[in-house]
Design a binder for this molecule. Structure first.
Ligand code: AMP
Ligand code: GLY
Length: 425
């Protein structure tokens, strides 16, 4: 079959890489793709947010399956448009994508569904928001309700920090429209994990567990980013925890969506906090995690094309997934300055040597300039290895990164440390 993948980041590179290695897939087309994806798919320069352009592309290419990578086109209704035209689509319709598109909608639905989650309030008024902050005290969590590329969450250690954040969002314009409503949440402590599910109607198929590092700096310090590294499996997600997440978080939220008339076809990503009281939902995404997708695809042994088509065609019931033993770990290499401003167009060398050392280099924010690979985004590369343990996969990636020739890039030096502590206990 022919598969059209929408998107051009590290997640989409991992999806295209795996689809190309699926026996059921003859051709992979990617819009817009990137120079790394070009090794696994035919890239077409149509932006992932250009709904009209994507509809025209689908009409010309006539794919047997469309896989939508990022959340923005899903929230904009690309799934609806494609399904209306008769395409098989992996990715939810707009109403279900709202689970990620609006944190206030998502939190209210969690309450309605009885999904364990942090206490919250939604505010549009600065004064009322400040009253809540003063009454709850710090630490406290402030979130822009709309989409903010993983950066709209401030875990405030002091009341002042929280108040500055709500002022920035509601009175200032720190996250544009996304910040015109804020969600204030009780701070939860514990270890975090990413629990992803392939969903098709009532059928919910768990993927292997994974964990990402959202903070910018070693030791999980500094501001939140889209994710600086990830690995699979996550040792903190035991079989019992996985079962609890499926039964108390994934199933009820999918059922609550259905009750509202929104059927879910696609990836449900539950970000969970493993608290003393059990797993609690932090957020839902409606797509694969980035960078969690990179280690997950590196470990998946099943035919990805077949699995996603079965979900799109509502015959997921008979599907099972198989995974490589051991662990996969991905370290993100980012541009100096990310998640703030950075300089684009810097030459990146040594990529072949990094791969020759036993890794797969998934491209995220790269471009080609005069035959060379240059940085074009904040998160630029996802260097990934599979090995017998997290410790070994980590060693392979960091040893390989010594061959990377890019002075303007940086990466965390401790991806996987929590899992390694557990492994070595
Ligand atoms: P979200 O996009 O809602 O998952 O938030 C991004 C990150 O902020 C999460 O991965 C957590 O690390 C942190 N976070 C979000 N909500 C909470 C909370 N209620 N308590 C503690 N940390 C949180
Ligand atoms: N890695 C976090 C996310 O994809 O939202």
């Amino acid at each position: 079959m022919k598969v059209l993948v929408i998107g051009g980041g590290g997640r989409e590179h991992a999806l295209c890489w795996k689809l190309k290695r699926s026996a059921s897939v003859g051709e992979v087309v990617c819009a817009p793709g990137n120079p790394g994806i070009a090794a696994d798919a035919r890239c077409v320069p149509v932006g992932a947010e250009d709904i009209k352009g994507l509809m025209a592309l689908a009409t010309t290419e006539k794919p047997d399956l469309v896989v939508v990578g990022p959340e923005v086109p899903l929230v904009a209704g690309l799934g609806n448009r494609l399904r209306e035209e008769g395409f098989a689509v992996f990715g939810p319709d707009k109403a279900a994508a709202n689970l990620e598109g609006s944190k206030s909608f998502s939190k209210r639905l969690m309450y309605e569904a009885g999904v364990p989650t942090a206490r919250f309030e939604v505010h549009v008024d600065v004064k009322e928001a400040i009253e809540t902050i003063r009454s709850w005290g710090a630490p406290i969590v402030i979130k822009a309700s709309g989409l903010a590329a993983g950066k709209g969450v401030i875990v405030a250690q002091t009341e002042k920090e929280a108040i500055d954040a709500v002022r920035g969002m509601l009175a200032g314009n720190s996250f544009g429209d996304a910040g015109s409503q804020v969600v204030i949440e009780e701070f939860l402590s514990g270890e975090e994990a990413s629990c992803l599910f392939i969903v098709s109607g009532d059928t919910i198929l768990p993927l292997a567990s994974s964990q990402d590092h959202k903070a910018l700096l070693d030791g999980d310090l500094g501001p939140n980013t889209g994710g600086m590294g990830a690995y699979s499996p996550a040792p903190c997600v035991t079989e019992i925890v996985a079962e609890q997440v499926l039964e108390t978080i994934a199933r009820p939220i999918i059922a609550a969506l259905k009750k509202k008339g929104a059927e879910f076809i696609g990836t449900l990503y539950a970000g969970v906090m493993l608290t003393d009281e059990g797993p609690k939902a932090l957020e839902f995404n409606v797509r694969f995690g980035d960078p969690e997708c990179q280690p997950l695809m590196s470990r998946l042994k099943s035919d990805l094309g077949e699995v996603l088509l079965a979900a799109a065609e509502k015959r997921l019931d008979d599907v099972t997934l198989s995974w490589a033993d051991g662990s996969a770990l991905c370290v993100v290499v980012a541009s100096d300055g990310y998640p703030g401003l950075f300089e684009k167009g810097q030459m990146i060398g040594g990529l072949d040597a990094v791969e020759a050392a036993g890794t797969t280099v998934f491209h995220a924010g790269t471009a080609e300039k005069d035959g060379a690979i240059v940085n074009a985004g904040g998160r630029v590369l996802g260097v990934t290895a599979v090995a017998a343990s997290v410790r070994q996969a980590q060693r392979t990636v960091y040893d390989a990164l010594a061959a990377l020739d890019w002075p303007g890039g940086f990466y965390r030096k401790d991806i996987g440390y929590r899992a390694i502590v557990r492994e070595e206990r």
